[in-house]
Design a binder for this molecule. Structure first.
Ligand code: ZN
Length: 174
């Protein structure tokens, strides 16, 4: 395993510069006026903080493959709502999403062949949430959130799609 962490080492070197350049007091607290949770895809082409102009302390960002409202997303959002007074949620899907192109049955078969012992593990996923339509997927995640009793008092739960080419974020209802 030696000398295999070339990327990780580079990121840690970058972090040293980041710490040196960071202004004193940055991100020391959570903003009292901007209570938002952003749920988006883990896709590495999306720099969501930059795309929304977010500064430290302004929004909680929850990411996973396909911006799916899984039980773990509900867990994190519940904590954000109950402990930090979150009022607004943005679900942001994106064009060219890999989960939108995934052949889930084939992928599962492949995994099973490669790691037959995987089925025994408690944390082996049973569903990868593949979808075929980005808009439809975002709409579904928004509906899932809106139907949850924990989130019924939130002031806003809205869905968006981020264009990978232009960086533009569009409301799914417009
Ligand atoms: Zn994606």
């Amino acid at each position: 395993m030696e000398n295999t962490n070339i990327n990780t080492d580079q990121w840690l070197t970058n972090n040293k510069h980041y710490v040196e350049q960071r202004e004193a007091g940055t991100a020391s607290g959570i903003s009292s006026s901007m209570h938002t949770v952003v749920i988006t895809c883990m896709d590495c082409r999306i720099m969501i903080e930059s795309a929304l102009g977010l500064k430290p302390g302004q929004a909680f960002v929850i990411r996973n493959a396909g911006n799916i409202v899984t039980d773990d997303v509900v867990r994190s959002l519940t904590l954000a709502v109950q402990t930090a007074g979150i009022q607004e949620v943005m679900v942001i899907g994106h064009t060219d999403c890999a989960v939108g192109k995934l052949d889930e049955p084939a992928f599962k078969t492949e995994l099973q062949q490669q790691y037959p012992e995987g089925v025994k593990h408690d944390l082996t996923p049973t569903c990868f949430h593949a979808f075929s339509d980005v808009l439809e997927n975002v709409r579904k995640q928004v509906q899932t959130l809106k139907s949850h009793p924990y989130f019924k008092n939130l002031s806003s739960i809205r869905g968006f799609v981020y264009d990978i080419r232009t960086g533009k974020i569009s409301d799914i209802n417009e």
